[in-house]
Structures are given as structure tokens and as C-alpha cells.
Write a new protein. Structure first.
Ligand SMILES: Nc1ncnc2c1ncn2[C@@H]1O[C@H](COP(=O)(O)OP(=O)(O)OP(=O)(O)O)[C@@H](O)[C@H]1O
Length: 934
């Protein structure tokens, strides 16, 4: 494709951009400015979704200077088109395509019909059915949630539905370990992308989870993220990775701009501060940060990673933070993360701490409201006459963590396995006498050894070997705190004990780590055991194993919970067997006792671990150093405190959060809608007609599954997502979950999305001609079937399309200009219309040309009349939605003076801008069929 600066192109992927103008051409990229929406876009030159706009003689064009021309001739000069025509003063004028008005509407169906370009009826029907399906999908409550290859779990579907529909969502996904936060984030990202709310997404994860995220996004959501690491950035940018001077001139070629979906490790920016400016200079619609509790923050000082994410958070409209243990590093730092999400709502730590103490009161109030009572002491600013559901939402928003935080607990979700604990006391060897020196050495007595001589006398080692042999062939995950321990153990098991094993620790490259994890996961020829340092205790999926050996214990209950969470997660089908070897009389034993008898952590997960730890820390540390008779009292006190805290959480904060994190009736309705889409045969039938239209071979594979293959007679050289090998795909979710080799075809599979887009962005089926026998109507009578869609050219940031329906406006005008659409539905007409041979069709069109044009004018007028109330309704809907946001901020401002007037003003401004664009929305003729009665 030859691009030349100044040429005019339209994006067929995004008609709302209006008419673009090429402003820069580079060897592999082309940049267009879209003046109608004030945006610039850069595309890869060989795959840009662009169509050159060429007018022909007879077309009407308008220029930026409001000159209207009817084109009489077209010439090309140095790659640019020059249009000559007559304006309304009958003057002959020549304008360059450079001067064309960017707010162009191209109504090609009429031009094609009158010029004798007729499509098959089946193609016309396909086009109309595409419009109808898109409209149905847009209105479906399952929109954006159909395509993921996952089980439909209510708590995930609820969150994805609630958050994914938001404009610029900013939330903390804090489900307890292993409940599927990655899946929730994937569903939200997918929904945001599919609905056009987001285009550019950046995901930041710990290095150990990069590959897992990459694979999960691809296999569950068909999302192709590009992995950016040091190597890739060095290859594509000249920035010095170590130079983080913010005033540095950034290169024009920002590598982050080259991809829409980027996955990076957060550590990359720690090690190479120079890359931060690059990432910040790129625009993101949505930033996702996994294991967000790692961001360093304390009331005295925030870490560089926190600052970096805070800067990203400030420039990106959407932000998802993920953590299973939000309070792992304390309440203050939990608050700091909430502040990243909603600085208006979370403006004062003291206030937040006070609120936390009141959760029980709000929880009880919500319960009262739900039971139909009206409490006397409703907080100020709430309308006692409002419906209970509204009041509950407002209480959650203003006094709980409301719309910002989602946390489902295992207690509320059934189907988790039991945890079974096995203690293994072992004699404490004399060589570890030094262990009482400090707590780290007491808990990990092998640490002071610079070689592996400790392996010979530490009884945990021989026990480990023996236990693994006993458990054979069961897979066993071994976790210890330090990399050196993991490495030494793995060497021992592998080289001296002959046990198939792999190590997983920070010294390995990402590829080596993933190779180790894959070796462990391999069912047939894989390792029996994986020995991990603490980095293996976070985020990874090892639920195919159900034996966990804790070679030592971390001094942090949330870390212990994370360790157990590797196995105790969704998909675990057996009881989780937790084995803990410990040295008798050592600090390890004391810690084990405290976790077990104090917190009961080996049997039940506990979301207040850190808080309980903080409460007893001093007493516990003293006991770890030197255990005495007070220990029993510490255990009793901890157990009593834990029981009380659990109860408080259940009745207070957790219940308040749960109320917000899964509403079963809403989830059930969405799931039913997703299922209804899967269970009907409409998709299969639609796919068949698509394949027929485009010449793709379509063959039965098995129940609910098909094989698609490209052929030599394809209409276009290429069909989206279909390579030479073909594609085996199923419409059944259950089959897709069991058969990873099959694609899961839903209305939201990228093949369907791209193919539907292809139908509407090309001319396929937009002009058709046929005959019909209708009793009682004189032969030779003309009917025109016209389908219009609403087209609103507006800056993308306004997201106007979410208020405008996609429902096509259909008219069937008869010879007198009367609309019969209501009497004869489209499907019925399809069954009655007969095709006409090309010569007859050309003869017909010659005869009725003038008549068609006048009927088109009538149809256009009628459609315009029908458009008016639709636009009024769209504006009302927009005002209601943005108005509610405005009201919320105004209400929050009463309790929180830090909300700036400027923000409220900006919302009002947005509302007015949206209103202007909605009022100027126009109609685009999508398809036209001329029918003559015989
Ligand atoms: N709806 C689902 N269908 C099928 N598998 C699922 C579903 N939800 C979660 N899983 C699987 O369960 C495991 C846990 O999910 P995920 O990794 O998203 O949990 P998490 O909450 O992020 O865990 P952690 O707290 O450990 O980071 C993964 O193996 C995931 O693939």
C-alpha cells in the first residue's frame, strides 16, 4: 500500500473517527490525524484498518470551508486527488482532497445500487443480521463476558460485570488467595476492550508471574499481550535504562507505543529507572498491577515502585490493583493503595481508621435496610425515602470501601477442599546450637552455613527424602524461605536421592523458572517435586498437586496463607495435605504452635493474619527467642483474639465487602444470559452464512463442534483468525474447557468480532435488487428496504456511543413513500424475494433511477424523524448516568473537602459536550434493497 502525506483515508475499524489525513509515513508505520475528533493514530503500515476515500463523478463533497460540490471529474497529482465540480453558485471549482471536511458520511449503498453493483440476497441478509446481532449483543447483560474459556463462577462473573461496565474502572480486586483474581482481571480487561472503553492496556506483575499471565490471557481470553523485557526495550529504544532524569528528551519512537496490550514485570522498572519515563510517556487506558501489596509505602516514605505506579495511576483513567492480602503490610499501606484508586474518597488515614472501626455498624444497618426496616440513625445526606438498595449502595460507597474494593472470602464461596495438617517433629541436632542467636537464624538454622554441609545433619533433609519416596508418585510442592536453601535441597534430592525434582528461585531467569514449573506440571514425564523459595509462594498455580511441604515457616501469616494458596485454589479436587517438619524445642516449633493453636491457620484461611500478628508481635518475638511458661497464655490470648476478630470480620467488614463483592441474583441473571447465548443455534447458523459468503469451508466435527478451512475461492484473500491449517472450534463451554486444542467460538471470539466488523466495514451485501410476488399489489410496483445506523462523530474520550443504541432503523417504503416495515418484517421478506439476473436488474435500475432517488429522499426524511426521539432519549440517559456520578461526587464533597470544584466542573462540561455531539448524530445508510413486484 502506498501512503502519501495529505491523502485522506477512513478507518473501517472505527467509523467514528471521521475522515483521516496522513501526516507522517515511515518505513513500517503510518500516522493519521483525525481532525473531527482531535486525535492522531499510528498504525503498522501493512495491517492498517484503513480505506482510501475516493469520490467519483456525481458524488457530493464538502470542504472545510463549507464549499459544497458535485464532483464532475477526478484527477490525481503526485498521489493526491483533485476534485473538480460545480458549487451551488454553478461555479466550477477544483479542490484538493486535503481540503475535504473531516465530518464525512459515506452512503455508498445508494451509489452502488444506482451504479449497478448488486449483491446476493444472502449477503444482504448477512449484513442485516450482522447489524441485528451487534445491536442485540450491545444490549445484552452478558456483553463482554461471553468469550472467556472459564467456568462461570458467580463471584467472578459478578465482579467482571460490575467493574467491566464502568467507564474508567478503578478498583482493588482483593479476593482471598486462589479465588481467581487473574481471571476477574482478564474478564474486566476483555470487556473493556470489546466495548471500546479501553484500547491500550498495561499489565505489571512480579517477574515470577509474567509467563503465567501471558498464557492465561491468551488461552482463556484470546488476548495477545506483548511481553516487554529489558532485551526488547534495548533493541527498540535508545534510552539509557539507568538514566531516569525526568527532563530527558525522549526518543520519538517510544517502544511502548508500538503495542496496544503490554505485559511487563514491575521489577523491570526498579532495575531500569530509565524505562519509567517511556512507560509514562505512552498513553494507557487501563493499568493493571498484580500483587499490589508489594508496592512499598510507609507513612514516612513511599518506595520508587509506589511513586511510579502512582504516576501511572494519575495518567491512566482505569486502574486495577490485585492482591489477596491487602493488609499484608499493614492498614496504612492498604490505605495508600486505596488512595491510588480514589484519592477523593480516601483522603485521610485517620478518617479511614475511624471508618474501619465502624464497619460493624454499617453492616448491621445494611442488614436492617435489607430486612425492610428504616433505621432511625441513617447517616446525614441520605434520603430516607430512597429505595433500600440505593441507600445500601450509598452507605457502602460513603462509609465502606464501596465501589473501590471487591473481596470475596472462601467462607462465602463453597467448593473448596479441606486442609489437612501433618506435624512431623524431628530431633534438634547439636550442630544447630548457634540457632538461638537471632530470630532469622533460629527460624532458618541452615542459613549461616556457606556450604551445604548442613544437609548431612539436618534431620529435615533425610525426612524430606523419605517422605517424598513414600508419597511417590504424588506430586509434592516444597516451599522454604530462602533461595540458597531451595537450591541446596534440590541438588540433594536430584543428585543424591534420585528424586525427579526442579528448583524455583530468584537466581533463575524467567525462562528457566517457567521451564522448572512446566517440568513439575508435566503429568507423565515431569518432576515429582518442585522446591521453591518464597517467590514460588505467590500467584502461581500448582493445584494439580495436593501435597505441600513447608520446609520452614515464614514470619508473616499472610505469607503462610499465600504458600498454602498455591494448592488450595480453584481447581483443587482433593484435600490439601500440609506437611510441616520442625525441630523439637526450636523457634520453628514455637512459631508452628502459634500459627496452629493461636491462628488455626493450617486448617482455615484467615484474612486478618497481619493484624493479629501486629497485635501479638512483641510477645511472640520474645517467645521465639526464648520460650517460657508465658507461651501458653500467649496461645490462649491469640486464640481468643483470633476467634473474636474472625467474628467481627464476618459480621463487619467482610460482610460489608461481600455484600458488595457478589450479589448472587445479579450474577445468576448474567450467567443465565451467557448460557442462553451459548445454548441457542443462532451463532452456528450465523457462522455458516458467514462462511458461505466468504468462501470458507465449514464442516461438522462432532456435536457442537466444527472445522473451518480456508479455500482458494475465498472472497477476500484472508479470513480473520483462520490460517492455512484451519481451525477446529466448539460452541460448547464444557467442551472448550476439556479440549484446549479447540477454539471456543462465541459471539465474542476475535474471529467473530473481526468478521462482523469486516462485513460492516466493507460493501458486502449493502446493495441488492430482487423481485417479489405480492397478491393485491400491481406488478411493477417498487419497494425500497433501507437500513440505517446511527453514527456519531465525537472524541473517543467522551464515550458517547455507550448512550446511543446500535439498533438499525429499518424502513420499507412503497411507491407512495409509505413505510411498510412494521407489516413486512425483514426475515419474511427474505423468504419471498427472488433473485433477478444481472441484465434484467440493470434494465430495471435504468428505468427506476429517478424514482429510487426520490424515494430515498423520502426514506431519509422519515428515518431522520425517527432519529430525533432516539437522540432525545440518548441524551436523557447520558444526563442520568453522568448526573449520578456528579451527585455522588457532590455528596462525597460534603464529607470530604478535598474534592475539587474543578472536577465537578469537568463533569458538567463533559455532560454538555456529550449532549452537543449526541444532538449532531447522523444516520448512516448501511444497506439498501430494491424490490419490484411481479
Ligand atoms: N472461572 C474459572 N474457570 C476455570 N479455572 C479457573 C477459574 N477461576 C480461576 N481458575 C483457576 O484457578 C486458579 C486460581 O486463579 P487465579 O490465579 O486467578 O487466582 P488468584 O486469586 O489470582 O490467586 P492468588 O491470590 O494466588 O494470586 C488458576 O489456575 C485459574 O486458572
Amino acid at each position: 500500500m502506498d501512503y502519501i502525506v495529505g491523502q485522506r483515508w477512513v478507518s473501517h475499524a472505527d467509523a467514528q473517527l471521521g475522515l483521516g489525513i496522513i501526516v507522517e509515513v515511515e518505513p513500517r508505520r503510518v500516522t493519521l490525524s483525525f481532525p473531527a475528533v482531535g486525535e492522531e493514530r499510528t498504525y503498522a503500515a501493512d495491517s492498517a484498518p484503513l480505506t482510501r476515500l475516493r469520490f467519483k463523478a456525481g458524488d457530493h463533497i464538502s470542504t472545510v470551508n463549507n464549499v459544497e460540490l458535485e464532483v464532475t471529474s477526478v484527477k490525481e497529482k503526485e498521489g493526491l486527488l483533485l476534485y473538480t465540480g460545480t458549487d451551488h453558485h454553478e461555479q466550477t471549482v477544483t479542490v484538493s482532497e486535503l481540503e475535504l471536511d473531516a465530518f464525512v458520511q459515506i452512503t455508498t449503498p445508494q451509489q452502488r445500487l444506482l451504479n449497478g453493483h448488486f449483491d446476493k440476497h444472502s449477503d444482504f441478509a448477512l449484513r442485516v443480521s450482522t447489524l441485528m446481532q451487534l445491536d442485540r449483543l450491545q444490549r445484552s447483560s452478558a456483553r463482554g463476558l461471553m468469550g472467556s474459556r472459564t467456568n462461570l463462577l458467580p463471584h467472578q462473573v459478578y465482579i467482571a460485570n460490575e467493574v467491566g461496565q464502568r467507564h474508567a474502572p478503578r478498583v482493588l480486586l482483593a479476593d482471598e488467595v486462589g479465588l481467581g483474581k487473574t481471571i476477574e482481571a482478564g474478564m474486566i480487561v476483555q470487556q473493556q476492550l470489546l466495548t471500546g472503553r479501553a484500547n491500550r492496556v498495561l499489565i505489571l506483575v512480579p517477574q515470577t508471574l509474567l509467563h503465567q499471565w501471558l498464557v492465561e490471557m491468551l488461552r482463556r481470553f484470546n488476548l495477545h499481550f506483548s511481553l516487554f523485557d529489558d532485551e526488547r526495550l534495548r533493541e527498540t529504544s535508545s534510552v539509557d535504562p539507568l538514566d531516569d532524569d525526568p527532563l530527558l528528551q525522549l526518543p520519538e519512537d517510544n517502544p511502548f507505543d508500538a503495542e496496544q496490550l503490554v505485559l511487563c514485570s514491575l521489577d523491570l522498572f526498579q532495575a531500569n529507572p530509565g524505562y519509567r519515563n517511556l512507560a509514562l510517556a505512552s498513553h494507557w487506558d487501563l493499568v493493571v498491577v498484580d500483587e499490589a501489596h508489594h508496592l512499598h509505602w510507609s507513612p514516612e516514605q513511599a518506595g520508587e515502585d509506589y511513586h511510579f505506579v502512582a504516576e501511572l495511576a494519575a495518567q491512566s483513567p482505569g486502574l486495577l490493583l490485585l492482591t489477596a492480602t491487602p493488609e499484608q503490610v499493614g492498614l496504612a499501606s492498604h490505605f495508600a493503595r486505596l488512595q491510588l484508586l480514589d484519592p477523593e474518597r480516601f483522603h485521610s488515614l485517620t478518617e479511614f481508621e475511624r471508618e474501619e472501626r465502624e464497619y460493624r455498624r454499617w453492616s448491621e444497618m445494611a442488614a436492617q435496610l435489607e430486612a425492610g426496616d428504616r433505621p432511625e440513625d441513617l447517616p446525614a445526606g441520605l434520603d430516607p425515602a430512597a429505595p433500600a438498595a440505593t441507600l445500601i449502595d450509598q452507605i457502602l460507597d460513603r462509609h465502606g470501601t464501596g465501589r473501590v474494593m471487591f473481596r470475596n472470602t472462601r467462607a462465602a464461596i463453597s467448593g473448596f477442599p479441606n486442609r489437612v495438617m501433618h506435624r512431623h517433629p524431628l530431633p534438634n541436632p547439636d550442630s544447630y546450637a548457634h540457632a538461638s542467636l537471632d530470630i532469622a537464624a533460629a527460624l532458618h538454622p541452615e542459613l549461616p552455613y556457606h556450604d551445604d554441609s548442613w544437609l548431612a545433619f539436618d534431620p529435615r533433609v533425610a525426612w524430606l527424602e523419605q517422605t517424598l519416596k513414600q508419597l511417590r508418585p504424588a506430586k509434592v510442592l516444597v516451599i522454604c524461605a530462602r533461595a540458597s536453601t531451595a537450591l541446596a535441597l534440590e541438588h540433594y534430592l536430584h543428585l543424591r536421592a534420585g528424586i525427579r525434582s526442579a528448583a524455583f528461585y530468584e537466581g533463575l531467569s524467567i525462562i528457566e523458572r517457567d521451564r522448572a514449573a512446566a517440568y513439575f506440571a508435566d503429568e507423565n514425564n515431569g518432576a515429582q517435586t518442585l522446591v521453591c523459595s518464597e517467590i514460588g509462594s505467590e500467584g502461581r498455580n500448582f493445584q494439580f498437586a495436593h501435597h505441600l511441604i513447608l520446609f520452614d515457616l515464614p514470619l508473616n501469616p499472610d505469607l503462610l496463607e499465600q504458600r498454602i494458596g498455591r494448592l488450595d485454589r480453584i481447581g483443587q479436587e482433593q484435600d490439601v495435605e500440609i506437611h510441616v517438619p520442625y525441630l523439637e524445642g526450636s523457634a520453628q516449633e514455637t512459631l508452628l504452635e502459634w500459627y496452629d493453636r493461636g491462628l488455626n491457620l493450617f486448617r482455615e484461611s484467615c484474612s486478618a493474619g497481619t493484624m493479629i500478628f501486629d497485635t501479638f508481635q512483641t510477645r511472640l518475638l520474645a517467645q521465639l527467642e526464648h520460650r517460657n511458661d508465658d507461651f501458653q497464655t500467649l496461645l490462649d490470648d491469640t486464640a481468643e483474639f483470633t476467634a473474636r476478630t474472625r467474628l467481627e470480620l464476618r459480621e463487619g467488614r467482610d460482610r460489608l465487602l461481600e455484600r458488595n463483592s457478589c450479589k448472587p441474583e445479579v450474577a445468576a441473571a448474567v450467567i443465565a444470559d451467557i448460557r442462553a447465548n451459548e445454548d441457542s443455534d443462532t451463532l452456528a447458523a450465523y457462522l455458516e452464512s458467514l462462511c458461505e459468503a466468504y468462501g470458507v469451508e465449514h464442516e461438522f466435527h462432532s456435536d457442537q463442534a466444527v472445522v473451518l478451512r480456508p479455500t482458494e475461492h475465498m472472497l477476500t484473500g484472508h479470513f480473520p483468525y483462520l490460517d492455512d491449517e484451519g481451525l477446529t472450534a466448539t460452541f460448547s463451554r464444557d467442551k472448550a474447557l476439556a479440549r484446549e486444542d479447540m477454539a471456543f467460538l462465541t459471539w465474542e471470539h476475535p474471529m467473530l468480532v473481526a468478521a462482523m466488523d469486516m462485513v460492516l466495514s466493507t460493501e458486502l451485501g449493502n446493495a441488492s435488487l430482487g423481485t417479489i410476488k405480492l397478491r393485491g399489489i400491481a406488478p411493477g410496483t417498487m419497494l425500497l428496504e433501507c437500513l440505517y445506523s446511527i453514527n456519531c462523530v465525537a472524541p473517543r474520550s467522551l464515550q458517547v456511543e455507550r448512550f446511543l443504541p446500535l439498533t438499525p432503523l429499518r424502513l420499507l417504503v412503497d411507491a407512495r413513500g409509505k413505510d411498510l416495515a412494521g407489516l413486512v418484517p425483514h426475515e419474511r421478506l427474505n423468504g419471498l424475494v427472488e433473485r433477478v439476473n444481472k441484465n434484467t436488474a440493470l434494465a430495471i435500475i435504468k428505468q427506476v433511477q429517478a424514482d429510487v432517488e426520490s424515494k430515498m429522499t423520502l426514506a431519509g426524511k422519515q428515518a431522520q424523524e425517527r432519529l430525533a426521539p432516539i437522540l432525545v432519549e440518548a441524551e436523557q440517559e447520558m444526563r442520568a448516568a453522568l448526573g449520578a456520578e456528579h451527585d455522588r461526587l457532590t455528596a462525597l464533597r460534603r464529607v470530604n473537602p478535598s474534592i475539587r470544584q474543578q472536577e465537578l466542573d469537568h463533569l458538567s462540561y463533559r455532560m454538555e459536550e456529550c449532549a452537543i455531539h449526541i444532538r449532531h448524530a447522523g444516520l448512516q445508510l448501511q444497506a439498501l434493497r430494491l424490490i419490484i413486484t411481479t
